[in-house]
Structures are given as C-alpha cells and as structure tokens.
Design a binder for this molecule. Structure first.
Ligand code: HEM
Length: 84
C-alpha cells in the first residue's frame, strides 16, 4: 500500500536486475516487475532489458499507448530519487 512506498536511488534499483528479483522505474515510479515477467506480451527477454534501471525511454519507444500505471499499480515499490 501507499504507506509502504520507499525512495529508491539508481544504485538501489541496480541491485534488482535478476529474473527472480526485478525492479524497474517508469516515469519516476519504481515497480517490482518480477511477477509480471511471464505475462508480458512482448516476452520476458525484452522486459528484462529494463530490469535494474530506468525503463521510461524504452517503454515510450515500444508502446506509449499502454497504461503502465494501471497495470502495475499493485507492484509499485516507491519513487526514483537522485543518488544521495
Ligand atoms: C507488448 C506491457 C515493457 C517490448 C506489450 C503489450 C503490453 C505490454 C500490454 C501489448 C501491447 C499491445 O498489443 O498493444 C508492458 C509493460 C511494461 C513493458 C506493463 C513495463 C513493465 C516493455 C519493454 C520493452 C517491451 C521495456 C522493450 C524493451 C514490447 C514489445 C511488445 C510489447 C516488443 C510487442 C509484442 C508483440 O506484439 O508481439 N507490452 N511492456 N515492453 N512489449 Fe511491453
């Protein structure tokens, strides 16, 4: 829930770049995409390209029409913040 949201720095994000522990940031929001990987219509391999990093640009290039906020609402971890 909202109460559990955390601030995530790029270096924290980078730690979650594994198939069984994958986070990605889109438009300033960080999501745990692990559970969604097998369901991505574009395949796991494509989605894993953004694991551990900011996927905003790649997402916008591939399918800006997809409402990611709505789809991944329950997987939100927190907000991407600058390195402290
Ligand atoms: C297709 C969701 C990230 C590559 C799709 C579709 C959805 C989706 C719903 C079907 C779209 C349609 O048919 O109109 C998501 C979500 C993402 C994500 C929620 C983030 C968590 C990415 C990334 C890439 C990517 C980062 C590329 C590196 C693709 C490709 C397709 C696709 C190539 C087309 C598959 C096909 O039609 O054969 N994705 N996507 N996606 N996605 Fe993603």
């Amino acid at each position: 829930g909202v109460d559990g949201l955390i601030k995530v720095t790029p270096s924290m994000l980078r730690l979650h770049n594994k198939r069984d522990d994958a986070w990605s940031a889109f438009s300033g929001k960080v999501y745990n995409i692990t559970a969604y990987l097998p369901y991505h219509p574009g395949g796991e391999k494509e989605l894993m390209r953004v694991a551990g990093r900011d996927g905003s640009k790649l997402f916008a290039l591939t399918h800006s029409w997809v409402n990611l906020d709505y789809m991944l609402d329950g997987c939100m971890v927190g907000f991407l913040v600058p390195e402290s």
